[in-house]
Each structure stands twice: as structure tokens, then as C-alpha cells.
Write a protein that binds this ligand. Structure first.
Ligand code: MG
Length: 393
């Protein structure tokens, strides 16, 4: 098979939401479409992906380096000789051929987004949902692809008006929709208001083990320690990103002072960064690691990050991919990881799962559509379809 065209576009996701550090009034996403010369069921096989949530689009590196490199690669360089289908790992090696080490971020997103689009192609070529392809390749020996994965609803962003009332409505909506566990933002208000927010949600979910907090890197060391001490009695599921992702000393101090589980990883973009985080955070196994596949070089790098985590004594079930989209749902199921997140009703067409996915009793069912299955997410697929039409293929 041959790649015959690639399109990318930056799409605004302007939103009134904010976490403890940033508002999302200017946030964007990069969408990509990778067209092949292959057809299935009368339709051209096109791979789609976007660069997840929370960081801005990466159109510059896509346009200037990575898309031209992928288009220049020959089928001989890209394809698995056994199947004739593109091999995403070969593609990543080619894309990184003239890249120095380190300084991942924008580069890892551009490469990861293209890698996910190539996995979408592999699934479509094989007529399998992506998680089944990934399970064949990456799941621990002897395990079978699951039928559903544990899934929590992320959200609880701060609102300009009626914050507490809207938070209650949001969480009740998640519980009514079949979720049993939620995560809300934290660290953006004075402590008494924060505790009121936490207690209002605990009254709905009934147990600290069903509520996680995300401080979005808001705190300096002393603030992080004070916050961790204040929430200790609630016995929460985890405290996410209390400080900057590179501030290993504060992570270590929080982990020593806080008896619960600390979480982090959505702002780590390579296996080396995950390795340092786990080595110097000294979590002693009380860590939930949250890598985001398209932000961090894609699924193959996620597999390496999982290997790093296991070597540090992190249980596979404590790797919980960030993103709340179809890409991280497939990654969670295919690599046999602990849980997925979901952002129902947030981030416009980019939020939530496809219409094939049902949530019941805290678990999300897995889709049957080939590849990632964005075709079953109508508003988002509208964006992708327009993008692939621009290729004129
Ligand atoms: Mg987070």
C-alpha cells in the first residue's frame, strides 16, 4: 500500500472552561487525514487522528517537517513486508531520523498524531477495531482483549458563574449516564471553597475512592503539601499533578507526606521523561501514570512507557492513559491497562466516545468499527471528512 496524500488543519475548540492554571479560551487541536491507495467496502482507506486535548495544535512541525518526511518515504520503507500494510513503528523511526534527542513536546505531538492515524489505517486494512490489533501486538502474553474497560468521567472544570450548582448538575449527569467514578479540577480556589467543592461531589458519589482531583500543576511545594494534608481525610482515588511535571522534588515531598495515590504523566512526552519522573518522584508504587498516546509519539512509545512503569514497580492497572477520546480508549483496552477517562459533553466534537460505546456501571464497552472508529462520532467525523475531501483523492 502507498500513502497518496496527507492533510492537516488546526481547529479551534474555544471553551469557557478553566482549570487551576489556564483557561481554554484559545485552545486548538490539530487534525490529520492520511489517505492511501487502498479501498475497503468501496471506500478509500484514510487514517484519521487528532492531537488529544489540553495542549495547542502542532500544525507548524506537521507542515514543515513530518508530513513531508512521511510523504517522501517509499512503501518499501514504510510497510510491513509480511502484510504489505504500513507499519507505524517504521514510520516513527523515519520521522525521527534527523531529530536530535530531547525537547519532545511539540515534536512528539506531531509524530504521535501521525502515528495514531497510521494505526487507524492498519485497523481499517485488517477490518478490526484498533484495540484488537493492539492487543495482538502489545497485550501481556496469555491475556485476551477485553469486552469493556473501567472508565471514569473527567471534568469539574471551574465556571465563571454558579460553579457549585453546575458542578453538582454535571456529576449527577455522569452518574445517570452510567459512570461511577469522576475526576474534578482542584487547586484554583481558596482552600475553604475547594473543600466545599470536594464535599459537594463526595455527597453524590458516596465514597472517596470514586473521586479523583486534578490540580493541573497549580502548586508550589508548600502549597502542594498543605493541599495534600487538607484532603488526606477524604481517602480520594488520587491527587493528580499537584506541581510542575519536572519538579521531582515536590512530587517526592508530596508522595512522602500524602498517604494516598499521586497521579501524573499527561505532560511527560517520552519514555525517558516517564523514567525520570518515576525514579525521582519515589512514589513507592503509589502512583497512577497518565501518558497520552498522540501527545507522546503514539502507541509504540506508550508501550515503551508501560515497560518503564512496570520496571519501576507500577502495576499495569495503574497506567491510565490521558485524553478521554477514542484513541486512549483503544490504547487502554489494547495494552491491557487499568482504566480510561472520558470527557462527555466537553470540548465540542472532540469530547466523548463514539456512538458505539456504552457506559454502564463504571465500564465502557468497546467499539466494533474498524480502526479507531471516528466514523461513528458524527460531529468529529464531519471535520475529518472535510479534511480528507481537501486532498481531492
Ligand atoms: Mg490532568
Amino acid at each position: 500500500m502507498k500513502i497518496v496524500g496527507i492533510a492537516e488543519r488546526t481547529v479551534p475548540i474555544a471553551s469557557p472552561l478553566r482549570n487551576a492554571r489556564v483557561d481554554f479560551s484559545e485552545i486548538t487541536a490539530s487534525v490529520v487525514a492520511v489517505a492511501t491507495d487502498q479501498f475497503r467496502d468501496g471506500r478509500r482507506v484514510v487514517g484519521y487522528a487528532f492531537n488529544s486535548f489540553g495542549r495547542y495544535g502542532c500544525g507548524g512541525p506537521l507542515r514543515e517537517r513530518f508530513i513531508p518526511r512521511l510523504l517522501r518515504a517509499s512503501p518499501h520503507e514504510l510497510n510491513d513486508p509480511a502484510t504489505g500494510i504500513v507499519e507505524p513503528g517504521h514510520a516513527v523511526d523515519l520521522l525521527l531520523k534527523r531529530e536530535k534527542a530531547g525537547a519532545h513536546a511539540e515534536r512528539s505531538m506531531a509524530v504521535g498524531t501521525l502515528e495514531l492515524a497510521l494505526w487507524d489505517i492498519v485497523g481499517k486494512m485488517r477490518g478490526l477495531p484498533l484495540y484488537r490489533v493492539l492487543a495482538e501486538r502489545f497485550a501481556p502474553p496469555g491475556t485476551e482483549a477485553p469486552h469493556a474497560v473501567r472508565c471514569y468521567a473527567g471534568g469539574g472544570f471551574y465556571r465563571e458563574r454558579d460553579d457549585l450548582a453546575r458542578l453538582g448538575d454535571e456529576v449527577r449527569g455522569h452518574l445517570d449516564a452510567g459512570y461511577t467514578e469522576v475526576k474534578i479540577k482542584a487547586g484554583g480556589l481558596p482552600m475553604t471553597d475547594e473543600l466545599r467543592r470536594i464535599e459537594s461531589v463526595l455527597a453524590l458519589v458516596k465514597s472517596g475512592s470514586r473521586l479523583a482531583l486534578d490540580a493541573s500543576c497549580a502548586f508550589e511545594r508548600q502549597e502542594a503539601l498543605a493541599f495534600a494534608r487538607a484532603i488526606t481525610p477524604y481517602g480520594l482515588r488520587w491527587l493528580e499533578e499537584p506541581c510542575d511535571p519536572g519538579d521531582f522534588e515536590t512530587y517526592r515531598a508530596v508522595s512522602e507526606a500524602y498517604p494516598g495515590i499521586v497521579a501524573g504523566g499527561e505532560n511527560l512526552f517520552s519514555r525517558e521523561e516517564a523514567d525520570n519522573f518515576l525514579r525521582y518522584g519515589r512514589f513507592g508504587g503509589r502512583i497512577v501514570l497518565q501518558p497520552d498516546p498522540p501527545l507522546a509519539y503514539g502507541i509504540r512509545e506508550l508501550h515503551h512507557i508501560v515497560e518503564v512503569a512496570l520496571a519501576h514497580g507500577v502495576a499495569r492497572e495503574n497506567v491510565v492513559p490521558h485524553g478521554g477520546n477514542m484513541m486512549s480508549l483503544h490504547a487502554t483496552a489494547g495494552l491491557g491497562l487499568g482504566s480510561a477517562e472520558s470527557y462527555p459533553g466537553l470540548f465540542g466534537p472532540f469530547g466523548g466516545f463514539s456512538r458505539e460505546v456504552r457506559v454502564h456501571d463504571g465500564f465502557a464497552t468497546l467499539p466494533e468499527a474498524p480502526g479507531i472508529g471516528f466514523e461513528e462520532q458524527p460531529a468529529l467525523y464531519g471535520i475529518f471528512r472535510e479534511l480528507s475531501a481537501s486532498l481531492g483523492t
